[in-house]
Design a protein around this ligand. Structure first.
Ligand SMILES: Cc1cc2nc3c(=O)[nH]c(=O)nc-3n(C[C@H](O)[C@H](O)[C@H](O)COP(=O)(O)OP(=O)(O)OC[C@H]3O[C@@H](n4cnc5c(N)ncnc54)[C@H](O)[C@@H]3O)c2cc1C
Length: 303
């Protein structure tokens, strides 16, 4: 192998189906030797670095039936070909589930969001990807279709069962993820996504998605973490509303408790201890921001 060959993909057969049925038939035929190509923002670097060498690449960019973002009272349905940017800019989606826009603004750069797909990001199952934490914290689902013998049909996989490990999801050989469903924000709740990245647009060293639901003098919160383990970790809080809930300081103790069960790893960007410290600080900030965005937080501000 010459030097230049190392940054080029191994040879593969390129397929460009015109519709979902055809795509499923090709994927069933090539099985474990096939890879779906959506936005290509993660797959192409992987192929070029020869971290994967599939014999078949199945390009789904002509499956325009799957480029939808549909919203109803239950939540937001994102088709496999909807780009991050289309989801981010969708006003109805931002109203029904504001966490989508909060998080998508932090995914890479606009040029990457113009091409990368939200479902592709979930399929890629990178625990540093913002949308993995969003699906997990909201308890969303992914619809997977297949024409492969023994698994033909369509199945809904809950977020808790979807992420199996770093870059490993419930999508199997011959499967196509066709849709992600993000449940609507409950009335009166608030959400926020905060993270620290070395440079704007980089993957986060640590990130937190927070959903806060005030209930009288108590508050329930769910937290989803990015870059804090092999899959998007979840923590829950149920406590009395603290004094001055719009201030991160008021949430420090709860945040320490929430991150207590996390077991991040160290890498070239941060030690495990630094990540844990960061998670505590960001959790308190995210809770304060989410509170301020909730019905109770807005009422307090207006009073
Ligand atoms: C410089 C750079 C910075 C980035 N920063 C971030 C970041 O900060 N946060 C972040 O979340 N992401 C980041 N990304 C990744 C980006 O969000 C990708 O778009 C996303 O991870 C994958 O989406 P895609 O549509 O490009 O998928 P592809 O690259 O086409 O595919 C990714 C993987 O998912 C599989 N796949 C895709 N769609 C399906 C499907 N429908 N069914 C089955 N399998 C499927 C592919 O086979 C492949 O294994 C970055 C990318 C780059 C290049």
């Amino acid at each position: 192998m010459g030097e230049d060959a190392r940054v080029k993909p191994s040879p593969f057969t390129y397929h460009r189906p015109e519709g979902v049925e055809e795509a499923l038939a090709v994927l069933a035929d090539v099985g474990a030797d096939g890879k779906v190509l959506a936005g290509g923002q993660s797959l192409l670097p992987i192929l070029s670095m020869r971290l994967a060498a599939p014999g078949h690449v199945v390009d789904i960019n002509r499956l325009s039936d799957l480029s939808y973002v549909r919203t109803d009272a239950d939540g937001v349905r994102v088709g496999a070909l909807a780009r991050h940017a289309a989801v981010e800019r969708n006003e109805q989606a931002a109203r029904v589930q504001p966490l989508l826009r909060h998080a998508l603004r932090l995914v890479a750069h606009p040029t990457i969001r113009n091409r990368g797909t939200t479902v592709g990001s979930l399929a890629h199952a990178d625990p540093s990807g913002e949308m993995t934490a969003v699906l997990a914290v909201l308890g969303g689902t992914v619809s997977i279709a297949s024409a492969a013998p023994g698994r033909a049909g369509r199945r809904e996989v809950a977020a808790a069962d979807f992420f199996l490990g770093p870059l490993e999801s419930a999508i199997g050989a011959g499967d196509l993820a066709v849709e992600a469903f993000f449940p609507a924000a409950p009335a009166g709740s608030g959400s926020a996504f905060v993270e620290v990245a070395r440079r704007h647009g980089d993957y986060a060293v640590c990130g937190v998605a927070a959903v806060v639901a005030p209930a009288g003098d108590r508050v329930h919160a769910r937290l989803g973490y990015v870059s804090m383990g092999p899959t998007p970790a979840i923590s829950k809080i149920d406590m009395p509303v603290p004094a001055d809930p719009a201030s991160p300081r008021s949430w420090n103790e709860a945040a320490e408790g929430a991150v207590g069960s996390l077991e991040p790893e160290g890498d070239i960007h941060a030690t495990a201890d630094y990540r844990l410290h960061l998670a505590g600080v960001l959790t308190a900030r995210a809770l304060a921001q989410a509170w301020s965005a909730s019905g109770a937080g807005r009422d307090e501000e207006a009073a």
